[in-house]
Design a protein around this ligand. Structure first.
Ligand code: FES
Length: 145
């Protein structure tokens, strides 16, 4: 589901002549729904069953990527994958932004049904609404459960 907006980012970065490394993970080849990307995009593909690309979790490949400090990572997908991506990014001092998903009742910030815990600079925990303050958060501020 998240590959659509990720492709949009690739297109926008292509307009700015930026190179993108897209780590695309799926359970199997039938879930690899998007097959065409802008020319600036280097595709790194993995499926859990190995039916397309490398076999295994895409985060295992990302962990060995060896990018320099300050590399910017944008991630969306299932929360366990986002949590692992955040861990890898923090370990490598990469900047990581995650797009979170929550069940949303109102979608406008009224019901507090989509809240997550985030860390403030003073160490306190602050609840934020994914629909209102997100859905994109700095991975370092998210309290991963
Ligand atoms: Fe109601 Fe986010 S869905 S506050």
């Amino acid at each position: 589901m998240g590959i659509g907006p990720v492709n949009f980012v690739c297109v926008q970065l292509a307009k700015m002549k930026k190179e993108v490394h897209l780590y695309y993970g799926a359970r199997n080849k039938s879930e690899v729904t998007l097959k065409k990307f802008p020319a600036n995009t280097k595709l790194i593909l993995a499926t859990d069953d190995g039916s397309k690309g490398k076999k295994g979790f895409i985060t295992k490949i990302l962990e060995k990527a060896g990018y320099p400090k300050g590399t910017i990572v944008l991630a969306c997908g299932p929360e366990p994958m986002l949590k692992e991506t955040a861990r890898i990014c923090l370990k490598n001092q990469w900047v990581c932004h995650v797009s979170l998903e929550r069940h949303m009742a109102c979608g406008v910030g009224a019901c507090n049904g989509c809240v997550i815990d985030t860390k403030c600079d003073d160490g306190k925990i602050k609840r934020k609404r994914v629909c209102k303050e997100g859905p994109v958060f700095n991975a370092a501020e998210v309290v991963w459960t």
